[in-house]
Design a protein around this ligand. Structure first.
Ligand code: 6LW
Length: 505
């Protein structure tokens, strides 16, 4: 029997609900409020946290790991290392967050009474093996931690000590690779074990099994995978790594990751893995998701869109940076401050350039397929500028020094100055226009173009370079992240008076 718990409203909302590099979403509900956490890899602060009243509109309220004592990322740790796959839960009046730091500290547990923070220092989990840890409590109060593989161990979440042996409870669909991202839920008479499998690329999918106890035995759903876009020409691909939430009206929804490849063949995605929302039906006691639409049926309950588009422009008038600003591995106050020159962000080079893991960089996720980014830079005391970054080996940047700007492209082993131009003394507006491909010239057309240059005082764009965006895609660079666009200092101090991000989709 099919039970559609999602009422039809005739209204729609667009998907992804959290665009840009926001993978591995985990969601929990506390009363009328929903909270969601994502992976953050080499970026600091880590684990972006979002709040919503309607599951559709999400506002970033902080980053769970915003102190070096919570997030230790060695300066030479690789990109796409660091923080993987959180699980966020509300239990016993507290919020619980469990993650893996693959760059050293392993599995870690944090708690908070307010998800906006502060979060506790980490509780180490040396007895929990495997990435993608999940937390679930049974009726006896036993806390079960389930990890990729799929293994499970009971633990005391207050101390982090395991209280039994780790056991394998399922291996996913025979023949499917990488059973991972487990989440365990008590729904009705069953314990449901949701996993991702097939790998986080085009074959990604979500499968489910159920049992009468949290430890199994688990019977797989006869219709697995319950969600996948593999082998389709759907504009959203790589769908998987999901978590479930029940809406106030009792309907069920899934948050999941997906990507939006662009261009010709094989298709390149540049924004990383984004967070999508999908309605869930129940058929004979199994969840059914179907395709994840780019346009969603709106929930029947009141929507709470934010009053204004957030994050678009920052004049750096506040003493603390807004939570969407991220840096690499850590962000010491002496390298990044709004206090040195009030109303400006001052970045001080720590040594490295964008090719190095210790570069001084402050950026935000590119969240739109087309966008324009501008920043006003004063380089009288240093050298720096604006960059579009996938990782140390894949970035395009415009760097200003007194009297000159130059555009550099780094793609794997190739590292080239593409253009340069003298500029008058004084602050300079640096500009990057990203334009998604709308029509294919031929099957090899890239996903977007990246135009880089400077803006004249009357707003005229002086384009210095037009670059193919495919080289800053995950299909080229590899890894788990997406584009981040931001400001950097390569030498001395650089002051940024403002930064403006304009969505152009
Ligand atoms: C994550 C794994 C995955 O730990 O990618 O999509 C890894 N799924 O579950 C990094 O995000």
């Amino acid at each position: 029997m099919r039970v559609s718990t999602v009422p039809a409203t005739g209204r729609t909302v667009s998907n992804p609900v959290i665009p840009g590099f926001h993978p591995d979403p985990s969601v929990c509900r506390a009363g009328d409020d929903y909270y969601l956490a994502c992976s953050s890899f080499e970026y600091f602060p880590g684990v972006p946290l979002f709040h919503s009243r309607d599951l559709v509109h999400w506002t970033q309220i902080g980053n769970a790991l915003d102190r070096p004592s919570q997030l230790r990322l060695p300066l030479d740790s690789p990109s796409s290392g660091g923080i993987y796959a959180p699980t966020l839960r509300h239990h016993d009046g507290r919020f619980w967050l469990i993650v893996t730091n693959v760059s050293g500290d392993g599995n870690l547990l944090f708690t908070a009474t307010d998800p906006a923070g502060p979060w506790s220092d980490p509780i180490p989990l040396p007895g929990v093996h495997g990435i993608d840890p999940d937390l679930a409590w049974d009726d006896d109060g036993v806390c079960w931690c389930t990890t990729a593989g799929v293994g499970q161990v009971s633990l005391d979440p207050h101390t982090g000590e395991t209280t039994g042996p780790q056991r394998r409870i399922w291996s996913g669909t025979p023949g499917a690779k990488a059973p991972e991202a487990p989440h365990l839920y008590r729904i009705g008479d069953y314990w449901y074990l949701l996993i991702a499998e097939g790998g986080t690329e085009r074959c990604h999918g979500v499968s489910v099994a159920r049992g009468r106890t949290p430890t199994g035995p688990f019977e797989p759903c006869p219709h697995n995978p319950v969600l996948t876009h593999r082998g389709t020409d759907h504009p959203v691909q790589n769908t998987g790594h999901a978590d479930l939430a029940q809406a106030p009206d009792g309907s069920w929804w899934m948050v999941l990751l997906g990507v939006r490849p662009g261009g010709g063949t094989p298709g390149w995605h540049v924004l990383g893995r984004e967070t999508f929302l999908a309605p869930v039906d129940w058929v004979d006691g199994w969840p059914v998701v179907g395709e994840v639409p780019s346009v969603l049926p709106a929930p029947a309950w009141p929507l709470h869109p934010p009053a204004a588009a957030p994050d678009a422009r920052d004049d750096f008038d506040l003493s603390e940076l807004a939570p969407h600003w991220v840096s690499l591995r850590h962000r010491p106050a002496e390298a990044c401050t709004t206090k040195e020159r009030p109303g400006s962000l001052t970045l001080r080079a720590r040594g490295g350039s964008l090719d190095d893991t210790d570069v001084t960089f402050v950026g935000r996720r590119q969240q739109h397929l087309s966008c324009r980014v501008r920043a006003l830079a004063d380089v009288t005391e240093g050298r720096g500028g604006l960059a579009v970054r996938l990782d140390e080996h894949h970035h395009y940047d415009i760097e200003a020094t007194p009297g000159e700007v130059l555009v550099r492209a780094r793609v794997g082993p190739l590292n080239t100055v593409v253009a340069s131009r003298p500029i008058p003394a004084g602050p300079v507006v640096l500009r990057i226009d990203v334009t998604a491909t709308r029509t294919l010239q031929d099957a090899r057309t890239g996903p977007d173009t990246v135009r880089i240059g400077v803006e004249e005082p009357d707003g005229t764009f002086l384009e210095l370079a037009l670059l193919d965006g495919r080289y800053l895609s995950t299909e080229v660079a590899g890894g788990f992240t997406g584009r981040v666009i931001g400001m950097f200092a390569a030498a001395g101090s650089v002051h940024f008076d403002w930064f403006d991000y304009e969505p152009l989709d």
